[in-house]
Design a protein around this ligand. Structure first.
Ligand SMILES: Cc1cc2nc3c(=O)[nH]c(=O)nc-3n(C[C@H](O)[C@H](O)[C@H](O)COP(=O)(O)OP(=O)(O)OC[C@H]3O[C@@H](n4cnc5c(N)ncnc54)[C@H](O)[C@@H]3O)c2cc1C
Ligand SMILES: O=C([O-])CC(=O)C(=O)O
Length: 399
Protein backbone atom coordinates (compact mmCIF):
# COMPACT_ATOMS: atom_id res chain seq x y z
CA UNK A 1 0.00 0.00 0.00
CA UNK A 2 1.43 3.38 -0.89
CA UNK A 3 0.15 6.90 -1.11
CA UNK A 4 0.95 10.53 -0.53
CA UNK A 5 0.15 12.71 2.44
CA UNK A 6 0.12 16.42 3.11
CA UNK A 7 1.38 19.24 0.94
CA UNK A 8 3.05 22.44 2.20
CA UNK A 9 6.09 22.14 -0.03
CA UNK A 10 7.32 18.79 1.26
CA UNK A 11 5.16 15.92 0.19
CA UNK A 12 5.89 12.74 2.05
CA UNK A 13 5.26 9.49 0.27
CA UNK A 14 4.53 6.49 2.37
CA UNK A 15 4.32 2.77 2.23
CA UNK A 16 5.64 -0.23 4.13
CA UNK A 17 9.26 -1.16 4.74
CA UNK A 18 10.99 -4.49 4.90
CA UNK A 19 9.97 -4.90 8.54
CA UNK A 20 6.35 -4.50 7.49
CA UNK A 21 6.25 -1.12 9.20
CA UNK A 22 4.79 2.03 7.72
CA UNK A 23 7.42 4.50 6.57
CA UNK A 24 7.63 7.91 5.03
CA UNK A 25 10.35 9.19 2.78
CA UNK A 26 11.19 12.77 1.99
CA UNK A 27 12.14 12.07 -1.61
CA UNK A 28 9.55 9.52 -2.63
CA UNK A 29 8.93 5.92 -1.74
CA UNK A 30 11.78 3.51 -1.27
CA UNK A 31 11.23 0.00 -2.58
CA UNK A 32 10.26 -2.46 0.11
CA UNK A 33 13.44 -4.01 1.45
CA UNK A 34 15.73 -1.47 -0.24
CA UNK A 35 18.78 -0.14 1.55
CA UNK A 36 18.64 3.31 3.07
CA UNK A 37 20.57 5.42 0.52
CA UNK A 38 23.00 6.64 3.15
CA UNK A 39 25.87 7.25 0.71
CA UNK A 40 23.85 10.07 -0.84
CA UNK A 41 23.68 11.99 2.40
CA UNK A 42 25.64 15.15 2.75
CA UNK A 43 26.14 17.57 5.59
CA UNK A 44 26.24 21.32 5.66
CA UNK A 45 27.19 23.75 8.36
CA UNK A 46 25.21 26.88 9.02
CA UNK A 47 26.85 29.87 10.63
CA UNK A 48 24.73 29.33 13.74
CA UNK A 49 25.85 25.72 14.34
CA UNK A 50 29.21 24.74 15.65
CA UNK A 51 30.78 21.68 14.18
CA UNK A 52 31.04 18.91 16.72
CA UNK A 53 34.65 17.81 17.12
CA UNK A 54 34.75 14.31 15.75
CA UNK A 55 37.83 13.25 13.80
CA UNK A 56 36.68 13.01 10.20
CA UNK A 57 39.59 11.14 8.70
CA UNK A 58 38.98 7.40 8.27
CA UNK A 59 35.64 7.75 10.01
CA UNK A 60 32.88 5.34 9.05
CA UNK A 61 29.62 7.04 8.11
CA UNK A 62 27.43 6.74 11.18
CA UNK A 63 23.69 6.17 10.94
CA UNK A 64 21.71 8.12 13.49
CA UNK A 65 17.99 7.65 14.14
CA UNK A 66 16.07 10.37 15.94
CA UNK A 67 12.81 9.11 17.47
CA UNK A 68 10.17 11.85 17.61
CA UNK A 69 9.20 14.65 15.25
CA UNK A 70 7.93 17.27 17.66
CA UNK A 71 9.95 20.41 18.28
CA UNK A 72 12.69 18.55 20.17
CA UNK A 73 13.16 15.74 17.65
CA UNK A 74 13.20 18.03 14.61
CA UNK A 75 15.47 20.65 16.14
CA UNK A 76 17.88 17.97 17.42
CA UNK A 77 17.93 16.24 14.03
CA UNK A 78 18.66 19.58 12.33
CA UNK A 79 21.49 20.37 14.75
CA UNK A 80 23.07 16.93 14.30
CA UNK A 81 22.78 17.01 10.52
CA UNK A 82 24.34 20.48 10.39
CA UNK A 83 27.15 19.92 12.85
CA UNK A 84 28.34 16.32 12.69
CA UNK A 85 30.34 15.34 9.64
CA UNK A 86 29.89 11.97 7.95
CA UNK A 87 26.61 10.96 9.45
CA UNK A 88 23.16 10.23 8.10
CA UNK A 89 20.13 11.34 10.09
CA UNK A 90 16.74 9.60 9.95
CA UNK A 91 13.71 10.84 11.88
CA UNK A 92 11.22 8.14 12.89
CA UNK A 93 8.00 9.26 14.52
CA UNK A 94 4.44 8.22 15.14
CA UNK A 95 3.13 11.76 14.67
CA UNK A 96 4.22 14.81 12.71
CA UNK A 97 3.11 18.42 12.54
CA UNK A 98 0.28 19.49 12.85
CA UNK A 99 -0.51 16.60 15.22
CA UNK A 100 2.14 16.90 17.96
CA UNK A 101 2.09 18.60 21.37
CA UNK A 102 4.50 21.12 19.89
CA UNK A 103 1.78 22.25 17.46
CA UNK A 104 -0.54 23.15 20.33
CA UNK A 105 1.99 25.32 22.17
CA UNK A 106 1.94 29.08 22.25
CA UNK A 107 5.64 29.00 21.33
CA UNK A 108 6.68 31.92 23.55
CA UNK A 109 10.27 32.29 24.72
CA UNK A 110 9.65 32.73 28.44
CA UNK A 111 11.50 30.04 30.40
CA UNK A 112 9.88 27.74 32.91
CA UNK A 113 12.17 26.56 35.68
CA UNK A 114 13.16 22.88 35.81
CA UNK A 115 13.79 22.28 39.54
CA UNK A 116 16.18 19.39 38.82
CA UNK A 117 18.37 21.21 36.28
CA UNK A 118 21.02 23.73 37.44
CA UNK A 119 19.89 27.29 36.73
CA UNK A 120 23.14 28.21 34.92
CA UNK A 121 22.44 25.30 32.53
CA UNK A 122 18.86 26.44 31.90
CA UNK A 123 20.06 29.99 31.31
CA UNK A 124 22.65 28.79 28.80
CA UNK A 125 20.01 26.76 26.90
CA UNK A 126 17.70 29.76 26.90
CA UNK A 127 20.41 32.14 25.70
CA UNK A 128 21.45 29.79 22.89
CA UNK A 129 17.83 29.41 21.81
CA UNK A 130 17.10 33.12 22.05
CA UNK A 131 20.23 34.10 20.07
CA UNK A 132 19.47 31.53 17.38
CA UNK A 133 15.85 32.61 16.91
CA UNK A 134 16.76 36.30 17.15
CA UNK A 135 19.10 35.82 14.22
CA UNK A 136 16.32 34.10 12.24
CA UNK A 137 13.85 36.85 13.16
CA UNK A 138 16.36 39.32 11.73
CA UNK A 139 16.70 37.51 8.39
CA UNK A 140 14.67 36.93 5.25
CA UNK A 141 13.75 33.47 6.67
CA UNK A 142 11.67 35.02 9.48
CA UNK A 143 8.24 34.69 7.88
CA UNK A 144 8.82 31.15 6.54
CA UNK A 145 10.16 30.04 9.92
CA UNK A 146 7.31 31.81 11.73
CA UNK A 147 9.62 33.63 14.15
CA UNK A 148 8.92 37.16 15.37
CA UNK A 149 9.62 39.58 18.19
CA UNK A 150 6.80 40.39 20.55
CA UNK A 151 6.66 42.89 23.41
CA UNK A 152 4.41 42.85 26.43
CA UNK A 153 3.89 42.43 30.12
CA UNK A 154 4.07 39.79 32.82
CA UNK A 155 1.87 40.96 35.69
CA UNK A 156 1.58 39.91 39.34
CA UNK A 157 -1.13 40.31 41.99
CA UNK A 158 1.57 40.24 44.69
CA UNK A 159 5.21 41.20 44.33
CA UNK A 160 7.13 38.01 43.40
CA UNK A 161 10.05 36.77 45.54
CA UNK A 162 12.24 36.97 42.50
CA UNK A 163 11.75 40.41 40.93
CA UNK A 164 14.60 39.73 38.48
CA UNK A 165 14.15 36.27 36.92
CA UNK A 166 17.33 34.45 35.78
CA UNK A 167 16.47 35.14 32.14
CA UNK A 168 15.94 38.90 32.55
CA UNK A 169 19.23 39.81 30.81
CA UNK A 170 18.59 37.47 27.88
CA UNK A 171 15.27 38.94 26.71
CA UNK A 172 15.34 42.49 25.39
CA UNK A 173 14.69 45.66 27.38
CA UNK A 174 13.59 43.98 30.63
CA UNK A 175 12.30 46.52 33.16
CA UNK A 176 9.62 46.95 35.82
CA UNK A 177 6.31 48.27 34.54
CA UNK A 178 5.48 51.89 35.25
CA UNK A 179 2.50 52.95 37.38
CA UNK A 180 0.84 54.23 34.19
CA UNK A 181 1.16 50.84 32.50
CA UNK A 182 -0.16 49.05 35.58
CA UNK A 183 -3.37 51.16 35.41
CA UNK A 184 -4.50 48.76 32.68
CA UNK A 185 -4.53 45.95 35.28
CA UNK A 186 -6.27 47.23 38.44
CA UNK A 187 -6.05 43.80 40.15
CA UNK A 188 -2.26 43.61 39.72
CA UNK A 189 0.38 45.38 41.80
CA UNK A 190 3.60 44.68 39.95
CA UNK A 191 4.72 43.87 36.45
CA UNK A 192 7.65 43.24 34.14
CA UNK A 193 7.86 44.64 30.62
CA UNK A 194 10.11 43.04 28.02
CA UNK A 195 10.46 42.00 24.40
CA UNK A 196 10.92 38.33 23.57
CA UNK A 197 10.46 35.98 20.61
CA UNK A 198 7.56 33.81 19.57
CA UNK A 199 7.46 30.79 17.27
CA UNK A 200 4.40 30.23 15.14
CA UNK A 201 4.26 26.55 15.94
CA UNK A 202 3.16 24.70 12.82
CA UNK A 203 5.20 27.08 10.61
CA UNK A 204 8.38 26.56 12.64
CA UNK A 205 8.01 22.77 12.62
CA UNK A 206 7.42 22.76 8.85
CA UNK A 207 10.50 24.97 8.42
CA UNK A 208 12.62 22.58 10.51
CA UNK A 209 11.38 19.65 8.41
CA UNK A 210 12.37 21.57 5.29
CA UNK A 211 15.87 22.15 6.70
CA UNK A 212 16.18 18.41 7.31
CA UNK A 213 15.09 17.62 3.78
CA UNK A 214 17.67 20.06 2.41
CA UNK A 215 20.34 18.28 4.47
CA UNK A 216 19.38 14.95 2.87
CA UNK A 217 17.81 13.44 5.98
CA UNK A 218 15.12 10.78 5.83
CA UNK A 219 11.77 10.75 7.60
CA UNK A 220 9.67 7.68 8.44
CA UNK A 221 6.21 7.63 10.02
CA UNK A 222 5.81 4.82 12.46
CA UNK A 223 5.54 4.06 16.14
CA UNK A 224 8.60 2.52 17.78
CA UNK A 225 7.58 -0.06 20.40
CA UNK A 226 11.13 -0.79 21.54
CA UNK A 227 14.40 0.98 20.64
CA UNK A 228 15.95 -2.44 19.90
CA UNK A 229 13.85 -2.55 16.72
CA UNK A 230 16.31 0.00 15.35
CA UNK A 231 19.46 -1.84 16.35
CA UNK A 232 20.32 -3.45 13.03
CA UNK A 233 19.82 -0.33 10.95
CA UNK A 234 21.28 2.46 13.07
CA UNK A 235 24.46 3.04 15.08
CA UNK A 236 23.07 5.61 17.53
CA UNK A 237 19.51 6.41 18.63
CA UNK A 238 18.46 9.86 19.83
CA UNK A 239 15.31 9.61 21.90
CA UNK A 240 13.13 12.73 21.57
CA UNK A 241 9.77 11.06 22.15
CA UNK A 242 8.48 13.54 24.74
CA UNK A 243 5.66 12.13 26.86
CA UNK A 244 5.98 8.93 24.76
CA UNK A 245 9.14 8.16 26.79
CA UNK A 246 6.96 7.07 29.68
CA UNK A 247 5.97 3.99 27.68
CA UNK A 248 8.97 3.68 25.37
CA UNK A 249 11.60 3.92 28.12
CA UNK A 250 9.40 3.00 31.11
CA UNK A 251 10.38 6.36 32.63
CA UNK A 252 7.84 6.98 35.39
CA UNK A 253 9.46 10.34 36.23
CA UNK A 254 7.78 11.90 33.19
CA UNK A 255 4.11 12.83 33.52
CA UNK A 256 1.59 14.82 31.50
CA UNK A 257 0.45 18.30 32.45
CA UNK A 258 -2.61 18.83 30.31
CA UNK A 259 -2.90 22.24 28.67
CA UNK A 260 -5.94 23.62 26.90
CA UNK A 261 -5.70 26.82 24.86
CA UNK A 262 -7.88 28.83 22.50
CA UNK A 263 -6.60 30.17 19.19
CA UNK A 264 -8.64 33.22 18.19
CA UNK A 265 -8.74 35.83 15.45
CA UNK A 266 -8.07 39.22 17.11
CA UNK A 267 -5.50 40.98 14.90
CA UNK A 268 -5.72 44.22 16.90
CA UNK A 269 -4.05 42.56 19.90
CA UNK A 270 -0.32 43.25 19.57
CA UNK A 271 1.03 43.11 23.13
CA UNK A 272 1.41 39.87 25.08
CA UNK A 273 -0.01 39.68 28.60
CA UNK A 274 0.91 36.90 31.01
CA UNK A 275 -0.32 36.58 34.56
CA UNK A 276 2.67 35.61 36.70
CA UNK A 277 0.63 32.73 38.20
CA UNK A 278 1.19 31.04 34.81
CA UNK A 279 -2.47 30.25 34.28
CA UNK A 280 -3.75 33.10 32.16
CA UNK A 281 -1.99 34.40 29.07
CA UNK A 282 -2.65 36.23 25.82
CA UNK A 283 -0.01 35.69 23.14
CA UNK A 284 -0.45 37.41 19.76
CA UNK A 285 1.09 35.47 16.87
CA UNK A 286 1.28 35.67 13.09
CA UNK A 287 -2.03 33.93 12.31
CA UNK A 288 -3.93 34.10 15.58
CA UNK A 289 -3.79 34.97 19.26
CA UNK A 290 -3.27 32.13 21.76
CA UNK A 291 -5.36 32.41 24.92
CA UNK A 292 -4.48 30.21 27.87
CA UNK A 293 -4.68 28.16 29.73
CA UNK A 294 -4.88 25.17 32.04
CA UNK A 295 -2.29 23.06 33.88
CA UNK A 296 -3.72 19.69 34.90
CA UNK A 297 -1.14 17.29 36.26
CA UNK A 298 -1.51 13.59 35.36
CA UNK A 299 -4.52 14.30 33.16
CA UNK A 300 -4.17 12.36 29.86
CA UNK A 301 -7.35 13.61 28.19
CA UNK A 302 -6.91 15.19 24.77
CA UNK A 303 -10.62 16.08 24.53
CA UNK A 304 -11.42 19.79 24.77
CA UNK A 305 -13.39 20.69 27.87
CA UNK A 306 -16.07 23.35 27.11
CA UNK A 307 -16.17 24.69 30.67
CA UNK A 308 -12.37 25.23 30.61
CA UNK A 309 -12.73 27.07 27.29
CA UNK A 310 -15.28 29.45 28.80
CA UNK A 311 -13.12 29.96 31.88
CA UNK A 312 -10.02 30.71 29.76
CA UNK A 313 -11.94 33.15 27.60
CA UNK A 314 -13.42 34.95 30.61
CA UNK A 315 -10.05 35.23 32.37
CA UNK A 316 -8.40 36.62 29.24
CA UNK A 317 -11.23 39.14 28.70
CA UNK A 318 -10.65 40.49 32.22
CA UNK A 319 -7.05 41.30 31.23
CA UNK A 320 -7.86 42.39 27.68
CA UNK A 321 -11.56 43.35 27.36
CA UNK A 322 -11.28 43.90 23.59
CA UNK A 323 -11.05 40.11 23.20
CA UNK A 324 -14.82 39.97 23.62
CA UNK A 325 -14.96 40.75 19.89
CA UNK A 326 -12.54 37.91 19.00
CA UNK A 327 -13.73 35.51 16.32
CA UNK A 328 -13.05 32.00 14.99
CA UNK A 329 -12.33 30.47 18.36
CA UNK A 330 -10.52 27.13 18.01
CA UNK A 331 -9.73 24.89 20.99
CA UNK A 332 -6.48 22.89 21.23
CA UNK A 333 -5.27 20.49 23.90
CA UNK A 334 -1.74 19.20 24.50
CA UNK A 335 0.10 17.16 27.12
CA UNK A 336 3.23 18.88 28.38
CA UNK A 337 6.00 16.26 28.79
CA UNK A 338 6.90 17.26 32.35
CA UNK A 339 9.78 16.07 34.49
CA UNK A 340 11.81 17.55 37.36
CA UNK A 341 14.76 17.83 34.96
CA UNK A 342 15.09 17.52 31.20
CA UNK A 343 16.63 14.10 30.54
CA UNK A 344 19.66 14.94 28.46
CA UNK A 345 22.11 12.08 28.82
CA UNK A 346 23.74 9.08 27.17
CA UNK A 347 22.68 5.54 27.95
CA UNK A 348 24.19 2.30 26.65
CA UNK A 349 21.48 -0.30 26.12
CA UNK A 350 22.82 -3.85 26.30
CA UNK A 351 20.85 -6.83 25.08
CA UNK A 352 22.09 -10.35 24.36
CA UNK A 353 25.72 -9.18 24.22
CA UNK A 354 24.88 -6.37 21.78
CA UNK A 355 25.17 -2.68 22.56
CA UNK A 356 23.08 0.26 21.39
CA UNK A 357 24.14 3.80 22.32
CA UNK A 358 21.19 6.11 23.06
CA UNK A 359 21.13 9.84 23.67
CA UNK A 360 18.01 11.01 25.49
CA UNK A 361 16.58 14.49 25.00
CA UNK A 362 13.09 14.67 26.49
CA UNK A 363 11.02 16.04 29.36
CA UNK A 364 10.88 19.72 28.38
CA UNK A 365 7.53 20.27 30.12
CA UNK A 366 6.13 23.78 29.71
CA UNK A 367 9.30 25.27 28.29
CA UNK A 368 10.43 23.34 25.21
CA UNK A 369 10.29 26.30 22.86
CA UNK A 370 12.32 28.41 25.26
CA UNK A 371 15.29 26.02 25.42
CA UNK A 372 15.07 23.72 22.38
CA UNK A 373 18.12 24.97 20.48
CA UNK A 374 20.33 24.75 23.57
CA UNK A 375 19.22 21.21 24.37
CA UNK A 376 19.60 20.20 20.69
CA UNK A 377 23.20 21.44 20.81
CA UNK A 378 23.92 19.45 23.98
CA UNK A 379 22.29 16.31 22.51
CA UNK A 380 24.45 16.69 19.37
CA UNK A 381 27.54 16.98 21.57
CA UNK A 382 26.58 13.70 23.29
CA UNK A 383 26.06 12.06 19.88
CA UNK A 384 29.57 13.25 18.99
CA UNK A 385 30.88 11.48 22.12
CA UNK A 386 29.06 8.27 21.14
CA UNK A 387 30.62 8.43 17.67
CA UNK A 388 34.07 8.97 19.15
CA UNK A 389 33.53 5.91 21.38
CA UNK A 390 32.40 3.82 18.39
CA UNK A 391 35.43 4.96 16.39
CA UNK A 392 37.65 4.05 19.35
CA UNK A 393 36.18 0.56 19.67
CA UNK A 394 36.30 -0.12 15.91
CA UNK A 395 39.96 0.95 15.65
CA UNK A 396 40.81 -1.25 18.69
CA UNK A 397 39.03 -4.15 16.96
CA UNK A 398 41.24 -3.66 13.87
CA UNK A 399 44.47 -3.90 15.92
C1 LIG B 1 -0.93 24.40 25.85
C2 LIG B 1 0.58 24.42 25.78
C3 LIG B 1 1.23 25.63 25.62
C4 LIG B 1 2.63 25.67 25.58
N1 LIG B 1 3.24 26.86 25.40
C5 LIG B 1 4.60 26.92 25.39
C6 LIG B 1 5.26 28.17 25.23
O1 LIG B 1 4.63 29.21 25.04
N2 LIG B 1 6.60 28.19 25.31
C7 LIG B 1 7.35 27.05 25.53
O2 LIG B 1 8.58 27.14 25.60
N3 LIG B 1 6.74 25.85 25.62
C8 LIG B 1 5.39 25.75 25.58
N4 LIG B 1 4.76 24.54 25.72
C9 LIG B 1 5.59 23.34 25.95
C10 LIG B 1 6.07 22.73 24.62
O3 LIG B 1 4.97 22.54 23.78
C11 LIG B 1 6.76 21.39 24.88
O4 LIG B 1 7.83 21.57 25.81
C12 LIG B 1 7.36 20.84 23.59
O5 LIG B 1 6.40 20.88 22.57
C13 LIG B 1 7.83 19.41 23.78
O6 LIG B 1 8.29 18.96 22.54
P1 LIG B 1 8.62 17.44 22.26
O7 LIG B 1 9.18 17.37 20.88
O8 LIG B 1 9.42 16.88 23.38
O9 LIG B 1 7.20 16.71 22.35
P2 LIG B 1 6.09 16.40 21.23
O10 LIG B 1 5.76 17.60 20.46
O11 LIG B 1 4.99 15.71 21.96
O12 LIG B 1 6.81 15.39 20.26
C14 LIG B 1 7.05 14.04 20.63
C15 LIG B 1 7.20 13.25 19.35
O13 LIG B 1 7.57 11.90 19.68
C16 LIG B 1 6.76 11.00 18.94
N5 LIG B 1 6.69 9.74 19.67
C17 LIG B 1 6.34 9.55 20.98
N6 LIG B 1 6.41 8.24 21.26
C18 LIG B 1 6.82 7.61 20.14
C19 LIG B 1 7.09 6.24 19.80
N7 LIG B 1 6.96 5.25 20.70
N8 LIG B 1 7.48 5.94 18.54
C20 LIG B 1 7.62 6.91 17.60
N9 LIG B 1 7.38 8.21 17.86
C21 LIG B 1 7.00 8.55 19.12
C22 LIG B 1 5.42 11.72 18.84
O14 LIG B 1 4.63 11.16 17.79
C23 LIG B 1 5.90 13.15 18.54
O15 LIG B 1 6.20 13.31 17.18
C24 LIG B 1 3.37 24.46 25.72
C25 LIG B 1 2.71 23.24 25.83
C26 LIG B 1 1.33 23.22 25.86
C27 LIG B 1 0.63 21.90 25.96
O1 LIG C 1 3.16 29.43 30.58
C1 LIG C 1 3.13 30.03 29.50
O2 LIG C 1 3.31 31.25 29.38
C2 LIG C 1 2.90 29.27 28.24
C3 LIG C 1 3.42 27.93 28.40
O3 LIG C 1 4.62 27.72 28.32
C4 LIG C 1 2.52 26.85 28.77
O4 LIG C 1 1.30 27.01 28.82
O5 LIG C 1 3.04 25.76 29.01
Amino acid sequence: MAGTVRGRGWVRSWGRDALGLGWEDARGPLQAGSETPSSKYCWTMSNTSQRISVTEQHMAERKIAVVGAGLIGLSTAVYISESIPKCSVTVISERFTPNTTSDVAAGMLIPHTYPGTPVHQQKQWFRETFDYLFEISNSSEASDAGIHLVSGWQIFKTIPDEELPFWSDVVLGFRSMTKEELKKFPQHKFGQAFTTLKCDCPSYLVWLEKRLKENGSQVYARRVEDLWELHNKYDIIVNCSGIGSRELMGDLEIYPVRGQVLKVHAPWVKHFIRDGDGLTYIYPGIHNVTLGGTRQKDNWSLSPDPSSSKDIFDRCCVLEPSLQRAQNVMVRVGLRPSRLAVRLQKEMLVHGGKKLPVVHNYGHGSGGFSVHRGTAKEAARLVGECIAALEGSSSKAKL
